[in-house]
Design a protein around this ligand. Sequence first.
Ligand code: PLP
Length: 399
Amino acid sequence: MLRQIYLDNAATTAVFPEVVKTMLPYFTEQYGNPSSLYEFGQSTKAAITDARARIATHLNAQAQDIYFTSCGTESDNWALKATAEAYAHKGKHIITSSIEHHAISHSAEWLEKQGFELTYLPVDTDGLIAPAELASAIREDTTLVSIIFANNEIGTIQPIAELAAIAHERGALFHTDAVQAVAHVPIDVEALDVDMLSASAHKFHGPKGVGLLYVRKGVKTRSFLHGGAQERKRRAGTENVPSIMGMAQALDICMERFDERVAHEQELRDHLIDRVLAEVDHVRLNGHRTLRLPNNANFSFEFVEGESLLLTLEQKGVLGSSGSACASGSLDPSHVLLAIGLPHEIAHGSLRLTLSEETTRADIDYTVEAIKEVVKRLRDMSPLFEDFTQGKKALSAVR
Ligand code: PLP
C-alpha cells in the first residue's frame, strides 16, 4: 500500500484520540443544554466553565475574556466587523496587513464597502511588517489594527508585542489572528498586550467547527450573533459543548508537551529546508528563515507549476498544499506570495509543507527524494526550462 505522508497540518490536523474520548460522553450522556436550569444542564455548564478556565490559563488570559465561537473565521469576522462598528463614532480608519488570511482580508473589504477606510501594510521579502510602517500609517481616526500573528502560508511570525504597543500609544485597539500560532508559539495575551485574539481548535488537534475570540475586558466589541444570552450575551447560540471540551483537551495536551513537540518539529523543518535548498536547483524558501512557525516550510520552484507538483507528489503519497488560491476557484497566485515580491510565474510554483509531532525524519527524507524526482520530471517536460537550460531566457528569481 502507498505510504501516506500528511504534510498539510496548517490546513487541518488529526484530532488526538484522547480528545475524541473526552468529547464522546457530551454527545450521548452529558448532553444537557448549559442554559437549562436543572442539574443535567448545569453540569455541562460547569464543564464548559472549566474548559474556559483551562484555555485561559494557556493564553494567560482571564477566563471571562474567552468567548467560544464556531471557528477562526467567525472570530476574525467578529473582531473586525463588530469592533469597527462599535468604535465608528471615534473614527473609521482600520489598519491591517497585505498578508492576512481571507477571514480578515475579505472582512476588511466588506468594511470598505460599508464606508470604512482600510490601510493594508506592506511586508518585506521575508513577510515581515516593519513597526515603523504601522507607526506612519496610524492616524487620529484609526480605531483598530489587526495583524496576523503567524502567516498561514509562509509561516513568518510578526513582532506582535511591538506592533500592539504602537497601536496603543496612538489610541487604537489591537487584534491578532493567532489561528496558526496558538499551540505552536508561546502566547501570553498580557505580555503581548493584545486586546483581541482569534484561535481555532482544528489547527491544534482539536475538532473542526470550534474556535475562540479573546476579548480583553473593557473592549466594546458588539455582539456578532444575536439571539440567546449565551457567552455573557455577546455571542448567542447554544454552546457546542463536545467541541469546546475537545478544544480545551487538545490545548492541554499541546501545551503539556510544548517544548519537546516544537523542538521535534523545528528540527525536522530545518532538515527539510536544508536538504531542499541544497539538493534542488532554482528553488527559494518563502518566509523568514528563523522567525517562522516551527512546522512550516514553503518553497518556490522555478519552471514548475504548483498544482502539477502537488498532484504528482500526491501520487507518491505526499500531501502538501500549493501557493495558489485554486481552492477558492481562482488560479491567481496567492496574495501572500505576491506581497513578498514573488513574480507571478514563481509564485505559481510554490509548495507549502507543514509538519506535526507525528512527522518522522524518514517521512522528511522520503519527501525530499519525492520532490527531487517530481521537480526533475516536471522540468524535463517544461519548454520554459528547456529554453532556460539552452541559455535562451533567464528567469528573474527573487532571492
Ligand atoms: N486565520 C488563519 C491564519 C487561518 O490559517 C485560518 C484557517 O486556515 C483561519 C483564520 C480560519 O480558521 P477556520 O478554519 O477555523 O475558520
